[in-house]
Write a protein that binds this ligand. Sequence first.
Ligand SMILES: [Zn+2]
Length: 578
Amino acid sequence: MRSINLPRLFASGLVGISLIAAAAAGAASLPKKGEPPLTAQTQRSGGPVDPDQANLQFDSADLSFEVLPETEQLKAVAVESFTPKAPTDKLVIDLDKNLEPSAIAIDGQKLAASAWSNPDGRLTITLPRTYAAGERVTATITYGGVPHVAVNAPWDDGVVWSKTKDGRLWFATTSEGYGCDILWPCLDFPEGEPGKVALHITVPKGLKAPSNGVFQGIDTRPDGRETWNWEIKHPNTYAIALNVAPYEVITADYKSRFGNTIPMFYWYLPGEEEQAKKLFAEFAPTLDFFESNVGPYPFGDEKVGVVETPHLGMEHQTINAYGNAYKKAPEGFDWLFQHEFSHEWFGNQVTAANWDDYWIHEGYGEYMQPAYGLWREGFARYATMMDDQRNKIVNAVPITRGRWITEEEVYEPSKGGPGGDIYYKGAWMLHTLRWLIGDKQFWDVTRLEVYGRSDPKPGNFTPRFGSTRDYEDDVRKVTGKDLDWFFDVYLRKAELPELVEARSGDKLNLFWLTPDNLPFPMPVEVLVDDKLMKVDMPDGTATIDVPAGAHVVVDPYARVLKRSRAVEDYRAGLKLKQ
Ligand SMILES: [Zn+2]
């Protein structure tokens, strides 16, 4: 999720109710949006990894949360097991200092308060002794407080205290940008995924707490509150999410083409049954599209889960957030549901180890909507949807920069990031690649990148980490060709290649003008009167015979992402209007 072009849609959305409701209730002491403030350390997610954290294998986390709407607080206990790779006498764990620990125990032994400190959001725990490499250590961290309230989730993060129309609690969390440490003690970088997470979410009576993974039942507490229990394997760090409301649920089993049966759930607000049923009816055909083209649903032994949220959306693993208010679109399906669902493959199954490579999440995540339009309706729908994305490409910063960078250094143009280009330019690069290598090889490359193998079946793969370099290797393996020139231009340069055309007598001369004169042997289609030909340009140039009076259109099906002065002028005009 997160895109610089999306907040316009959000403006008409549902968030904002919480503050109004709080004001109406005269609850002046409750935290306002953006409060309490976060340290720079907590706002940061990813980037170069602290060596003490790189030393830890994160085996498991058992997370208990009490959601306390009266005071807008969280009370929590995290039991977390790590195995150090080299001997260590400390644990360094990210945790927002607004959620201060009140007690910490190591392997059951309570520590003195002097054994830990958390001055800026990086909790350092001095262990009672040195732990050997391979010797598991378990920390029990009791913590809580007022969690940061999101200003504009999911574009910034935190908790969202909202209300349903009839005034009941509607609560959600997001953490993609600032990272998992705004909610629970974690290793806040993509490779900090725990092996498994158990969740125990205690909510006021009458409310429900759908969450990640497999439902483990409800415990009723003596005071009438209920604790909802869940377990998930290999969650993305920012996937762990709390969702609380008086939800109703639709459920059905999906018979996969791979032979397994996948339970599907949609939790929605009361009073929306008709709309909810229509959205739920999209689940099975969308799943079939992904399974037919990419491969098995990655979490078939857990569930397909979607929950209605007071923010637009987020790819929370097996509990995707949906807040698109059932808006209808000419393509006939809900893009937000489809986009977040695509992240189960591109983001949650294959996770970029470095935020620098997040085009793997968002380029694919964005491309899957036109690809689904093509699958459902054919080329005209695909072309329309691709064209909409083409006009949003900025080309100010390369998509990847080959170094360890944080989430905000990717998503925020104000922090020097490519922002929306990881979505739209990423999608257009994939569109171009698909034409260049053909449908079969394109999906073969995609499958290899997602699963790390070409024959994925339920049970023979687990979530993996990927990178741009892996992806280029996958292209090489599948096509037998070295396409470095393709990725060097589209991923590593800001400017697009420009196709220069010149007619002279009965000749058409074509050549690629590229940043830094990089090689770019991209073929192109040319329509000469009614005859379509594919023109190879092995050295970046071509000359073809064209009758002097012929009408010529170069790349008539817009197969290739290339510079468009018309789009540049159009975008400059939009800027002037602002
Ligand atoms: Zn996304």
